[in-house]
Structures are given as C-alpha cells and as structure tokens.
Design a binder for this molecule. Sequence first.
Ligand code: NAP
Ligand code: 3JN
Length: 363
Amino acid sequence: MTAPAYHIAVLGATGAVGRRILAELEKSSLPIGTVHALASARSAGQRLPFQGGYLTVEAASPASFDGIDLVLASAGGSLSKRLAPAAVAAGAVVVDNSSFWRMDDRVPLVVPEVNPAALTAHQGIIANPNCSTIQMVVALAPILEQFGLEQVIVSTYQAASGAGKAAMDEVLAEMQAQLMGEDMHDYAAVLPVKGAAKHYPLAFNLLPQIDVFEAEGYTHEEYKMIHESKKILLGDPDATAVKVTGTAVRVPVMIGHGESVYVDTGNPAVTVAAIRELLATAPGVVVQDDPDQQLYPQPIEAAGERETFVGRIRPDLENPGAFHLWIVADNLVKGAAWNTVQIAEELAARDLVRVPAGSPWRA
Ligand code: NAP
Ligand code: 3JN
C-alpha cells in the first residue's frame, strides 16, 4: 500500500507566518499531494513561490476545504473561529496558529518536543501555542520532568514580526524617518496594538505592552503565556502546581524573541552543571553558553533556525535550586510555522490526519 499524499490548505498564506509555513512545507518530510494558498479576497490571484513554481492565492471560504486533508491556519482568531469548524466538517484536520481555540478543552495545545501524546485525543482542531510560550516550554519541560518546577518568572523581548508584516514595515519606516530627521511618530499606526487608542514608535524604543490590557494590569500576551504554559506542561491552564508570571515587552528587533527566565526548581540540590547537561541533550534545544567566549543566544543568529537556543545559564545567587536562563528562538519559525508543520508531521507519523467519528465539528 502506498503512503497517503496529503492535500493541504495554508490559510493566511500571504502573511508573515503563512509565508514561513510554505517555506517549512517545502523542507518537510510530509508526503504532499497538493497545496492551496488561501488568504483574503484582496490577495486573490497573487502568486506565491513554492517548490520552484508558484501557488495562486485563492480567497478563503468554507468551500475552500472540499477535498482537503490538512489545514494549516494563520489568518487570525476571528477567521479561525469561523473557518476551522467548517474545515473539520469538510473532513480536514486543522492546525491553528491563532489563540481562539487554545483554551478550549476539546483542543490539544501542542509543542511536539513537549507533549506530542496530546495529539492522540484530537477531535479535528489542534492549536499551536503563542510563540513566546513555545520557546519557553521547550526549555522548561525537561527541567520540570527531571528536577521539578515550582516557579517561573519570565520577561520577554519580542520582535516586531510577532505583530505581523505591517508592524515590521512600520518599524523600518520609523527608523528611516528618524535617520532622515523626520518625526518618526508620524509612522506609528499599528504598534503596540492595532486599533488601540494610542500608537507609539518601536524604533529606538521599547514597548511594555503586547496585546490589550486585562485584569490586574497584565496584558493578554502575559495571560496567554501563563495559561498556555500550564496547559502544555501540566495539562490544565489553571494548574497551581507551578507558579508562572511574566512581563511581555516589544523590542526593535525584526525576527527572534528573547526571554529572560527565572526558574525555581524548589530543589536546592540541583546544580547549574546539571541544568546545563540536561538542556544540552533536550529535544529541540541548543545550548549556547560560554561567557569566556562571549557565547550566548542572539536573535540575529537564531533567525531562520528551528531550534530553541539557551544560554546565560546561571544560579540565582540567593535562592539555591533557582536559575536564570536566556532563551531565544525564531518566533516565526519555531514560534509559529515550524511548530505548525512539525505538528502536521507528528500527526502523519501517528496516522492521525483524520477527523474522528465523535468530533463536535464533524458534519
Ligand atoms: P499578517 O502578516 O498580517 O497576515 C495575516 C494573514 O491573514 C494574511 O495572509 C491575510 O491575507 C490573512 N487574512 C486576513 N484577513 C483575512 C480574511 N478575511 N480572509 C482570509 N484571509 C485573511 O499576520 P501574521 O503575523 O502572519 O499572523 C497571522 C495570525 O497568525 C495572527 O493573527 C495570529 O492569530 C497567528 N500568529 C500566531 C503566532 C504564534 O505565536 N504562534 C505568531 C504570530 C501570528 P491578506 O494578505 O489577503 O490580507
Ligand atoms: O506579538 C507576538 O510576538 C506574538 C503574537 C501573536 C499573535 C498575534 C496576533 C493575534 C496572536 C497569538 O498567536 O497569540 C494572535 C492571536 O490571538 O491569535
């Protein structure tokens, strides 16, 4: 019997994430039948390079999923809310990059290095976590498993590309304006949050706001990191076994999120050498940590890579068993496109590219 070749739709194919999904599909081991590039009606007819040829972009609608096995979606939450059930009803399995389905207990939230077994219970929709969550849990999961974990405090340094193509264009325009002696404030129209009352330049600046503000002065991005990491690591978004908190900051970097992470194992016997040794062989992790050689992870070096890079591994000076890590990954690759395609590969390897009979979204 020949292995199946999957008919794949990339929803949001013209976007910052969608274009990377196409690039990851080109490198993927997935047996590909056809690939359909879907976006808004504005982009219909546009051509996107793929496998030495071109895909012609089609306007996405519920009818786009007829004959499709697998949908890789990155067109935002409102579209995923509407189109993911339609795709599953048409018989396709959806791997969704938006936050819309992540907290739904019928939907596995998966990082293949960490909780691939969660895929076995999928009902047609699988959620890809937020980029900042993904790179953090890739490094934390082995620590939790080997030594235990009591508390995590993260500060993020998030690249402009996390906010989409328009945000990247905006920062470049601001930089150019500032260098030409113009007022860069005139170019701030998207960041920190599209549609917000105020916009500020990111060029030559830091913005301690990613997404909208919610309860207790935390942003939505900060809550995503808290609840998503608990769902992935502990199986429950509200688990209390590990305390997680953080601050999410946008920085004028184009690609690659950085994270400074305080990790308390609660076990004073754990040494920094043991943490370094563990992470050196952890799946998806590359340790770059040699202060004598000034070796540490940097966004410009992580850009384009699938791995999560960890360095500056050091003990907390006052709390034995607690450590500080500096974690960097390409937010569009491991944080979105590669994790999505990696989930698709894992589904294929487990023969799970099928909608189970009891799915709530099955027609
Ligand atoms: P982007 O560059 O702005 O691209 C948005 C994509 O969605 C484009 O392809 C756009 O098509 C398409 N789209 C917008 N409205 C549509 C509509 N009505 N019908 C069909 N397609 C539509 O944004 P991005 O950075 O790629 O992010 C896209 C989404 O991916 C985000 O909203 C988010 O949900 C998710 N994301 C996840 C992560 C993560 O952390 N895992 C990171 C970034 C983004 P047009 O070009 O035709 O407008
Ligand atoms: O800002 C970043 O660095 C990551 C952004 C992710 C994002 C952007 C727009 C909408 C998301 C996400 O994946 O959480 C969403 C969303 O809520 O779907």
